[in-house]
Write a protein that binds this ligand. Sequence first.
Ligand code: ADP
Length: 612
Amino acid sequence: MLLLLTAVFVPYLVLAALSLRMIGQERQLETRRTVEERQRRLALVGQQLLSLLENFKLRQLAQLPPRSQGTTPGPPVDKSIAFVGLVRESRLRLPWDDDPGARLFRGLVNEARFASQLGQAGAEERAARLEKAAAMYNRVIETARRPAQQAYARLLLAQGLEKAGRKPESRRQYERVLELPLQHVDEYGVPLAFYAAPHLLGDDLRRQGVLRAIRMAAEREGWLSPAALYQARDLARTLKVSELESRFTEQIRDREQAEALQADFARLVSVRPAREPLWIAYGQPVWMVSVAAGSGGADAWVLAVRADEALRALDSTIRLAGQGEGSSLGESLPGLSVVIPATGPPPANYRQTLLVSALTLTLTLTLLAAFLLWRDVRRDMELAEMRSQFVSSVSHELKTPLTTVRMFSETMRLDEEMDRQTQCEYLDTILSESERLGRLVDNVLDFARIEQGVRIYHRQPARLEDVVEEAARVIRFPLTQSGFTLDLAVERTLPPIEADRDALLQAILNLMTNAMKYSDTSRRVGIDLRREGDDALIAVTDYGVGIAPEEQVRIFERFYRAPASQSQYIPGAGLGLTLVAHIAKAHGGDVAVRSSPGGGSTFTIRLPIGAE
Ligand code: ADP
């Protein structure tokens, strides 16, 4: 059995181990492939991002002012560009610090005549001669050369009128300042219109004007100064236009980051390796900063692009990495790390599924084969066991009658004065025992013929009642000797049937012998011949040990003997019922048993009347 299991399972286990190894290798390969694919994608994204950034650089370069026009770069060429600054004397200049408008304003306000006129008007105002001051401001406005000067004087006039309680006139002046184009800024780069705006929020119509002004500021190309942005944001907040407010907040953050960049600029430049082009990640939100060789009016210039927006323009699935995650995009983009999502769902691993299914199928088939093999082997072993038991049982069965015959013959020979009646009794016993011996030998020989397939039945018309009565006659002596009574019931209306008389007799005698053997303490048996429809039924009944239901199907198998404790010491070879079943079948009928343990048994041979 162990050998069998080894033979069946060892190859399977080897197969399973090999398959598992294959699956493992396949997985490793798959992981390596995924890693390579990721690296390829990273390299590609790095290249694409680099060329996008370089493209911005080229376009922005075209916007740089000629050397003669100072250091203010043109407006950003793309909304992803957060900052452009020129480098002069190793210092990064912030474009709003060099606003030409602010410079101009400083010059005009300090012009001697204008300044002294304003100074006089201011003195009148401080001396609380407000009417006079207003008149003087009006004169300044009329005589001023430049719109910036007019606007400035107008702002002061409006303030003066407000103080003098001439509200409507004051508001009119403020309105006029509000209408000024945004490039009219003061020395801090704040549009003069923004100073008028807070005084005009009182009624709806004027609020519209203020809103228009800050909307224009938000959409204006160029670099509003931080001070201007703070004012614009405050106005947006007062007007409750959150979209504009957040836009200004964002721009303020950009300005602050640019100031930080200005402070860090020397350090940033010092880390520049030889590699070109180079874009260094800086700050939070991340800017990609590049320093380009000088051109126009500068030693060098600096461009900063918002990394998230640039990446989004390339591929919306890629995002900037947070702390401690992501992968670098190469040496040209130091400090930048991104997260690239897995490329779609992993491909279904058909080979793996196939292997696992094949293994499962093989296991099922192996188990099935092992089961069938095991069943066959067990049957063979059982049969071999039964055969060896058969030989010893047959020898034992033959010995009993032989001993009786010998014992009685010897007694008769030694006792010469034995009376006639005893002699007759002895002779009857010897006759009955030799008949039993004959039946036993017949059973064994017939069984051998059946096994070889050469058992022949000689059928002739026979009357079943004769056969049954003959059986009763043959068995009567052993029955009475063992103290049995026989209930014989024979229906005499049955027609003769084509049958092998001797075979039927053998079958009935086998059943009768069994009935006696398995009667235990009961001393009654019965034979019953009757007709039922088109069948003749021969039933042999006893009231003995009976047969358990699960045994009833097996007792007709060759050599089979029920393992009940009572029948353990009863001689038998397990052939009787096999022969009965064969004979019944050869006559077109069958044999059935009805029995319960301890309640006796009835074996019924059913033969069709008129069967061939
Ligand atoms: P055996 O030589 O053992 O009697 P059989 O083929 O005649 O062989 O019977 C097979 C088995 O069936 C017996 O061993 C016995 O267990 C059971 N059997 C047969 N006839 C009877 C019966 N009348 N009552 C109880 N058990 C019986």
